[in-house]
Design a protein around this ligand. Structure first.
Ligand SMILES: NC(=O)c1ccc[n+]([C@@H]2O[C@H](COP(=O)([O-])OP(=O)(O)OC[C@H]3O[C@@H](n4cnc5c(N)ncnc54)[C@H](OP(=O)(O)O)[C@@H]3O)[C@@H](O)[C@H]2O)c1
Length: 242
């Protein structure tokens, strides 16, 4: 089950956190994986080693040319996981212009342009797997994560539309929406016991998830076993969206 032998994959934002675990899971199931980070770094090298690959690609997804740059480094891949994102916590009217642009560029526009860049190869092959990483904030209305939630909700709309347009070419497009997950992004805030209790209390299962929690959903969606699933979403959040 979930055999990815012979498949190539790119996981954006796999220098740490959820992306690093997703990339390792794909690699452990036989895929040849490109690890990705914003810039070349020791952290990315160490992540690649952890993932079990010697292939890395770098591109800053704030940059409009990132999709073309990435494709020139990786060539076509069978599996694309669009996981990189940025998040700024502010009241809805408190974002700087740069913070607005960064979130829209990295979390939404890059998804559109990267899929557009990588899709012709998948279509020509008659198969492909695209998974975007969304968020429970597509559903919840966190007072300081409105713009982030907007980018993730809009990304889901892209998933549905592109899934419909590409289904007949054997390419599936789906979203995984994590809830609160331990990663370097939030390790500092979650180390505050009072804050952690508040977060745990907001999750029906009562605890923050592990960075590996999305691996099962991703393996299903990226393998032959997931071939009849498209335009869908798997929410992995211990019930937090409810
Ligand atoms: N953690 C959570 O609780 C949670 C909850 C819901 C959804 N999510 C979603 O899950 C995904 C992974 O989250 P995470 O917590 O693992 O994130 P993270 O720890 O903040 O890691 C973010 C990754 O994205 C990359 N990245 C950031 N800015 C970039 C840019 N401008 N260009 C290219 N790459 C960039 C980083 O690469 P560098 O280190 O090289 O910059 C890093 O590998 C994200 O889409 C996030 O929105 C997370």
């Amino acid at each position: 089950m979930f055999d990815l032998t012979g498949r190539t994959a790119l996981v954006t934002g796999s220098s740490q956190g959820i992306g690093k675990e997703l990339a390792k899971a794909l690699s452990e199931h036989g895929a040849e994986v490109f690890a990705h980070g914003t810039h070349p770094s020791e952290k990315l090298k160490a992540a690649a080693q952890y993932i079990g690959t010697d292939k890395t690609a770098t591109a800053d997804l704030f940059d409009a040319n990132a999709a073309k740059s990435l494709f020139s480094q990786t060539g076509g891949v069978d599996i694309l996981i669009l996981n990189a994102s940025v998040q700024y916590k502010r009241p809805w009217d408190g974002f700087s212009d740069e913070e607005v642009d960064n979130q829209i560029n990295c979390n939404l526009k890059s998804t559109y342009y990267i899929i557009k860049e990588y899709l012709p190869y998948m279509k020509a092959n008659g198969r492909g797997r695209i998974v975007t990483i969304g968020s429970v904030n597509q559903y919840n209305n966190h007072p300081e994560l409105l713009l982030y939630g907007v980018t993730k909700a809009a990304q889901m709309k892209l998933v549905e539309g592109i899934a419909k347009a590409t289904a007949k070419f054997g390419v599936t497009v789906n979203n995984i929406a994590p809830g609160a997950i331990y990663t370097p992004r939030n390790s500092e805030v979650l180390s505050d016991e009072a804050f952690l209790k508040k977060v745990n209390d907001s999750i029906p299962m009562g605890y923050v998830g592990d960075a590996k929690a999305m691996n099962g959903a991703a393996l299903l969606l990226c393998s032959d076993e997931g071939s009849y699933i498209t335009g869908s979403e798997i929410i992995v959040d211990g019930g937090m969206h409810l």
